[in-house]
Design a protein around this ligand. Structure first.
Ligand code: NAP
Length: 495
């Protein structure tokens, strides 16, 4: 049974939802409900179980600052370890009793009369004072729109919905896509399948993955001296931050990474024709820089083919390319990314004037104030909101920065007995105009590539165009002057 009303309803039980529940509890906010559509915590780390799934941000940084883990086995943790970490953090922090699983939010509608969010789930309706979305930017798989693909008779699945019942040994397998997911999948498949076709539309930059196993001594030292682990984490953080000027100010500053990627390719692939097809034609950083030691070597294997001709259609048992070649396939893996600038949750959150977030954003693209609150949507906080994404560092850092802002907003509401907070339209517009002005200089806009950072209008509504230090500073305090604030019309919680 769901409660009829709560103070705070959180959508999603990934890093954002778990972090929100923990931090709100620290502030004495215990009337919290976390609604999760899946059967467990973990979010994207629960869903992405494909072979080779691992984080491409070092684990020491890709974890909560308040829940360090001295037990990471590798510098880049495999997915099962991250999932186990999230399960453990949620359990040990004592907040799991606030979570409901296998429950889908169908609609969250602001009721201005009651100053509450009316959240309709497939298991009942809950009224909530604040709505916190931690639904995630990479949660809804994007399937490729390829002629005939619906009629494919073999096995077909998306990288984020891996079908572990399908035995790939000895099969002819095709992977569509060469993004961060695909380059982890391809080397693993190459070890088991009879033949692998990798369909590449755009060649990515791939630099070496400096992965290594932590020694027992290192792990013991991290456990014994938390300050040492913190220092290590800080060093990784600043190392990552050095990418920012090359991304946001002057692409030439990213030359060392470009040379590294070129070296990585030349070392692994000796065939000049294959090398040429694997050489990116855009500025480094425009798309996510990928890390792998075994992707290029896998492509150089005899039973693996890189296909760069455009896919024209999929038949019942083959993929057909523009040159007329038909390549038979038993299993088709689509590693074609996620709905990022058209997030499904946006269709389900309905604001003060009866319009959904998706409708509000239809013309100008996703926009929020400080990536967190949205005009027309009182008491709504979106963790990993518009323009809070990173191409170079840990999203957990961003999530914690946004949670600090949320907490201060709630503190302010408590102290001043505000019933609602909603960013002023002029402040939100100023924030976004400044962001987009800044964005003009970034490699994501000027680097000559198309990417999932850009929406249908060509606007980058996904990434943060400054340092993360800057983001953290701007989110450190809630800023009432930028908000419309209202007192409670009625202190009684409506039934
Ligand atoms: P992605 O980066 O969006 O890559 C999708 C790939 O599919 C691209 O190569 C794209 O080609 C290709 N593609 C899409 N539609 C296609 C079509 N119709 N025909 C042919 N090719 C098509 O998706 P992803 O690899 O799942 O990664 C998404 C994000 O998830 C990453 O950028 C990263 O932020 C995150 N991620 C992180 C990790 C990690 O280790 N932390 C691992 C995996 C993913 P184009 O390049 O030409 O568009």
């Amino acid at each position: 049974m769901l409660p009829q009303h709560v103070d705070h309803l959180v959508i999603g039980a990934g890093f954002a939802g778990i972090g929100a529940a923990i931090k709100l509890a620290e502030d004495g906010e215990h009337d919290v409900l976390v609604v999760e559509k899946g059967p467990d915590v973990g979010g994207t780390w629960r869903d992405n179980t494909y072979p080779g799934a691992a984080c491409d941000v070092p684990s020491q940084l890709y974890s909560f600052s308040f829940a360090p883990n001295s037990d990471w086995s590798m510098s880049f943790s495999p997915q099962p370890e991250i999932q186990a970490y999230l399960q453990r953090v949620a359990r040990d922090s004592g907040v799991l009793d606030r979570f409901v699983f296998d429950t889908t939010v169908e609609e969250a509608r602001w009721d201005d009369g009651q100053q509450r969010w009316r959240v309709t789930t497939d298991r009942g309706v809950v009224l909530a004072r604040t709505l916190i979305s931690g639904a995630g930017g990479l949660s809804e798989p994007k399937l490729p729109d390829i002629d005939g693909i619906a009629g494919f008779q073999g096995e077909l699945f998306h990288s984020a919905r891996w079908d572990h019942d399908v035995d790939l040994a000895g099969k002819r397998v095709a992977v569509i896509g060469t993004g961060a997911s695909a380059i982890q999948i391809v080397p693993e498949l190459a070890r088991t399948v009879a033949h692998l076709d990798v369909y590449q539309r755009t060649a990515p930059y791939v630099i070496p993955r400096n992965d290594r196993r932590y020694t027992r001594l290192e792990r013991a030292l991290f456990a014994r001296f938390p300050a040492l682990q913190k220092l290590y984490r800080t060093a990784i953080y600043w190392g990552r931050e050095t990418y920012v000027p090359g991304f946001t100010l002057e692409p030439r500053l990213a030359l060392p990474a470009k040379l590294l990627a070129r070296h990585n390719l030349h070392r692994a692939v000796s065939d000049p024709e294959l090398r040429a097809r694997l050489t990116p034609t855009f500025e480094i950083g425009c798309k996510r820089i990928l890390i792998s030691n075994d992707y290029y070597p896998a492509l150089a294997e005899d039973h693996v083919d890189l296909v760069t001709d455009r896919i024209t259609k999929v038949t019942g048992d083959a993929v057909v390319t523009a040159d007329g070649t038909e390549r038979p396939v038993d299993v088709l893996v689509v590693a074609t990314g996620f709905h990022t600038t058209d997030q499904p949750i946006a269709h389900h959150v309905i604001g003060r004037d009866g319009r959904s977030l998706a409708e509000t954003w239809a013309e100008g693209g996703m926009a929020a104030y400080k990536g967190t609150t949205v005009h027309g949507f009182p008491n709504y906080f979106q963790i990993v909101g518009p323009n809070t994404g990173l191409g170079h560092s840990s999203m957990v850092f961003v999530i914690e920065s946004q949670l600090a802002y949320l907490r201060d907003a709630l503190r302010t509401m408590r102290t001043h007995r505000y019933a609602t907070v909603e960013p002023r339209l002029d402040e939100q517009e100023r924030w976004n105009a400044d962001l987009q002005r800044r964005m003009q200089r970034t490699v994501w806009n000027t680097g000559g590539c198309s990417s999932w950072y850009l929406d249908e209008h060509g606007r980058n509504t996904v990434l943060w165009p400054r340092t993360t230090v800057d983001l953290r500073r701007r989110l450190a305090r809630f800023d009432p002057p930028a908000y419309e604030l209202s007192a409670a019309r009625n202190d009684r919680v409506p039934a």
